[in-house]
Design a protein around this ligand. Structure first.
Ligand code: SAH
Length: 269
């Protein structure tokens, strides 16, 4: 992050190929601008171009002047910008000598294709740096009063994508193995398929009474929380009207909220 910081051994080779340009893969945190890191804040102020999607949220995006930002989430490319476009655009800008921030919600390496982008940049001789962010996988539950680990209830936590259909045999997620950990389960991208993976966990032997919660738009002004058990959580979400983006947290820790919520201050400002 700082000029005097340790440089990767490959950086010198990359320098030769990409002039002065550079890519910063930056996490925006869950959405509250106060949860940007100091490095993220500085890079957003200084970068020539910021490539982003919608996940960083309006409060962060509206603060960046529009001529420096490019929405690579939707703009002009149908529903989603192909990953190949984002990759090629980063390289093109760097070869033009630009400092590029690739801004991603939460932490750039947690279900954010950060790994794919790092690999692409390295393959194309582009110098880059990763600026970690506050992931919604931990912050989402936390701001709702749910610690993902707890000395008495959970000594492990599993982060899992809820994007895949658990009823399909080719699903890469082993819900049975996840259920067997006995620890906390945090599901990202897991609103639409909640009924399916809930069933998969119960079929795998988890107690239907296991506490569960969904936290939508954690740290945004319109944050919403639904709580219940594996048995009741689908109805609870319908009642509250939970929509993506939301994190699902399953495990004994989820009931901590009930004990503390009365004393929780929602926004720190
Ligand atoms: N890199 C991100 C995750 C990207 S995957 C991170 O570290 O947070 C997108 C998923 O992240 C969403 O479907 C949702 O499950 C979760 N998510 C991101 N921001 C969120 C927020 N503010 N509140 C709740 N869930 C969020």
């Amino acid at each position: 992050m700082s000029e005097g910081g340790t440089r990767d051994r490959t950086a010198d080779t990359a320098d030769e190929q990409t002039a002065d340009g550079m890519v910063y893969l930056v996490g925006s945190g869950p959405g509250d601008p106060e949860l940007l890191t100091v490095a993220a804040r500085r890079l957003l102020d200084e970068a020539d171009v910021i490539l982003h999607d919608k996940l960083p949220g309006p409060d962060i995006l509206e603060d960046i002047d529009s001529e420096r930002r490019e929405d690579v989430g939707t703009r002009g490319h149908g529903d989603r910008t192909p990953q190949s476009y984002v990759n090629e655009r980063m390289v093109e800008l760097v070869r033009d000598g630009k400092t590029v921030v690739r801004l991603k919600g939460g932490d750039p390496t947690v279900f954010g294709r950060g790994g794919e982008e790092m690999r692409y940049l390295a393959d194309h001789g582009v110098r880059f740096e990763v600026v970690p962010g506050v992931t919604s996988a931990i912050a989402g539950p936390a701001v709702a009063g749910i610690p993902v680990t707890h000395r008495d209830h959970a000594s492990s936590v599993t982060f899992v994508t809820g994007h895949e259909d658990p009823t399909k045999p080719e699903s890469a997620v082993d819900w049975e193995a996840i259920a067997a950990t006995g620890g906390t389960i945090v599901v990202l991208m897991g609103v639409t398929r909640l009924p399916e993976y809930r069933d998969a966990l119960v079929d795998a032997g988890m107690d239907p009474e296991t506490p569960a919660a969904l936290v939508e738009r954690a740290t945004w002004p319109d944050q919403q929380v639904a709580t219940g058990t594996l048995e009741t959580i689908v109805d609870a979400c319908d009642e509250v009207g939970i929509e993506p983006p939301a994190v699902t947290v399953i495990g004994e820790v989820a009931k901590t909220r009930d004990d503390v919520v009365a004393f929780m201050h929602q926004n720190h400002v």
